[in-house]
Design a protein around this ligand. Structure first.
Ligand code: M6R
Length: 617
């Protein structure tokens, strides 16, 4: 939530910062603003709404400046999304400007204290206290040491924050502080960058520096200095970003989401790459947890939010089936508040695309305090959750810019399957052949997804025909149930429609009362092979809703003729093992939601009220 950019160097800071904000807009789009230094003054411009509004304002009133610059794209927490509450915020003398991501929880008390000493507040934000505090501390340091002032301010703040500031008294300096909210440095030649995400500066440099918890960084054109809140220098971790700027471009598509759906076969292949050795065994070297660690696991708890939670629900079926280890799945925001039972024999798997979801991060910290081992499944290299976990398995989906998770979901599934199979392998469970067979099937998933993508045109037509529907229901059983939940979530967030998923077996316990003439009901049908009981039961469920007037949209394995008579629309997917079916069954749902949202005129990359990563609780 909220995107932050900082730049210091010979280029136009305004240009670099605005371009950076364009790449971070997925993090929030309630307002955007910039501050640049020049000619002994601070020049700010900010506008409610998307970045286009800020760009328009900057064209009408150009601002000049040769010094450092900062920028912000906002997802509103405190105060309405208007011009006044937009960041940056400045002190009363307009000598310092601050942008912020997070929530300053003790802002009300600080605001009263600052008002008592004469500070005039103009916004409703929590951030403005940081601007006034910084100015007060800076005055204490003879207007010279912005970093020292920042360290002093941070000690007074409670909550989660990344703060980035500039001061007219030192125009070639950007100072930032990090607690809980993401921030990464980009090292250039004679210039340096700061951002919530490397995407903001990837066009300029691929050399990045991770910032740790409670650290302050001073950025000058030729130096990057990182200290703790007491001013002690700290060692930092530098890394090379292995994707380039084109990965975060639309590449000829109208929307990132359309591109990201199409990228799925490649993303799955990249996630599987290098994990399967020639002898059929799995190698997950990067994950840091030893086979001994994994052999001692007695219980698994998966924590995640949103789409990542759905990946966790599917993982439970696979892990319990392959490894016979009890596995619980819980939304991260509920987890630590119910006093869960964890110990050294518990493996907590935290799934997070961004690695920054605050709910998941807090659950990870809680689990580690309880001595559980934590393994992260994450897409963003160097992000907070994998850094604070005992081990990590990175998905290699590449940057996902569309707010709705698509390719990262399928790669999370691939990663979950890898972990399940690896656990079975290291624990020596007696079905080596089965493991090898599943691994071989997993390796074919990219081509199956490709096939689904080649045949989804009828799904697009169907979606356009349902643009005026009020409600769509989704049904599934077994792994098809979380797939149905994911289909409903996609429709809610993109098309702003009432969409709800039910375990098909629960229908007759209440939800069937919702069925009325013409109501679209999407049903995910398990493979008729193997678990045929499950298959036959859902075929009965389809008939039950159809008998009551529902319009049935059935997603079933190609060649499954048993469902054809009861399907108003039949969407065929390739035959794959039941546990892997979510990978292929999800794709038509993504396309369905995306197309339906487009038919309604919605922006599928930046759906209303949402932000890509939720970095506040
Ligand atoms: O970055 P994370 O995977 O931790 O994010 C979790 C959810 O916020 C995320 O999946 C969200 O539900 C997406 N908008 C779904 O499309």
């Amino acid at each position: 939530m909220c995107g932050i950019v900082g730049y210091v160097g010979p280029q136009s800071a305004l240009q670099v910062v605005v371009d950076g904000l364009a790449r971070l807009e997925y993090r929030g789009y309630d307002s955007a603003g910039v501050a640049v230094l020049g000619e002994g003054a601070l020049h700010t411009e900010k506008r409610a709404g998307k970045l286009a509004n800020l760009r328009g304002a900057l064209e009408e009133h150009p601002i000049a400046g040769e010094g450092a610059g900062i920028g912000h794209t906002r997802w509103a927490t405190h105060g309405a999304p208007n011009d006044v509450n937009a960041h940056p915020h400045v002190d009363n003398d307009e000598r310092v400007a601050v942008v912020h991501n997070g929530i300053i929880e003790n802002f009300a008390a600080l605001r009263l204290e600052l008002e008592d000493v004469g500070c005039k507040f103009i916004s409703e934000t929590d951030t403005e206290v940081a601007a006034h505090l910084l100015s007060t501390e800076l005055a204490r340091h003879g207007d010279k040491d912005l970093a020292a002032a920042m360290r002093a301010v941070c000690k007074r703040l409670e909550g989660a924050f990344t703060l980035v500031a500039v001061s007219v008294d030192d125009p070639d300096l950007v100072v930032a502080a990090r607690r809980n909210s993401p921030l990464v440095v980009g090292r250039g030649q004679g210039e340096n960058f700061l951002a919530s995400d490397v995407a903001a500066f990837i066009a300029h440099t691929r050399e990045a520096v991770e910032l740790g918890q409670d650290q302050v960084v001073e950025l000058r054109p030729d130096s990057v200095r990182v200290t703790d809140y007491d001013g002690n220098p700290v060692e930092v971790n530098e890394y090379h970003v292995d994707w380039d700027a084109s990965a975060a471009e639309k590449g000829g598509y109208d929307y990132f989401m359309l591109k990201e759906i199409v990228e799925q076969p490649r993303a799955i292949a990249d996630t599987l790459l290098g994990r399967l050795s020639v002898d059929g065994a799995l190698t997950l070297d990067e994950m840091r947890l030893s086979p001994e660690d994994l052999r001692s696991v007695e219980k698994i708890v998966i924590i995640a939010c949103g789409t990542s939670y759905h990946a966790g629900l599917i993982a439970k079926y696979a892990i319990e089936h392959w490894c016979r280890i009890p596995c619980e799945v819980e939304v991260a925001s509920e987890f630590r508040y119910r006093d869960p039972i964890l110990d050294r024999q518990t493996l907590v798997i935290a799934i997070s695309q961004s690695g920054e979801s605050m709910d998941t991060l807090m659950a990870v910290r809680y689990a580690r305090e309880q001595r559980a081992k934590v393994l992260a499944i994450c897409n963003v290299n160097g992000s907070t959750i994998p850094r604070e976990s005992d081990g990590v398995l990175y998905t290699h989906a590449g940057p996902e810019v569309g707010v709705a998770a698509t390719k990262t979901f399928l790669t999370q599934l691939a990663a979950c399957y890898l972990i399940g199979l690896y656990l079975a392998q290291v624990r020596g469970l007696k079905f080596g052949d089965e493991i090898e067979a599943v691994i071989a099937q997993l390796a074919t998933m990219p081509e199956h997804v490709e096939k689904v993508l080649d045949t989804v045109e009828p799904v697009r037509e169907l979606a356009r025909s349902l643009a005026d529907a009020d409600t769509v229901l989704f049904l599934g059983r077994h792994v098809g149930y979380p797939v149905a939940m994911e289909g409903a979530l996609k429709l809610k967030e993109l098309a702003y429609m009432h969409a709800e998923a039910f375990a098909a077996g629960e229908l007759k316990h209440g939800p069937i009362a919702l069925i009325e003439e013409g109501l679209p009901v999407v049903v995910v049908v398990p493979s008729p092979q193997g678990r045929s009981v499950l298959h036959d039961k859902i075929v009965s469920n389809i008939q039950e809703v159809r008998a009551r007037g529902a319009r049935t949209i059935v997603i079933a394995e190609a060649g499954d003729e048993s469902v054809r008579p009861y399907s108003d629309v039949l969407i065929e997917i390739p035959a794959v093992p039941t546990l892997l079916q979510p990978i292929v069954a999800t794709v038509p749902m993504q396309v369905f939601a995306c197309e339906l949202a487009l038919a309604k005129g919605n922006d599928v990359d930046q759906p209303r009220n949402l932000a890509k990563s939720v970095t506040v609780e």
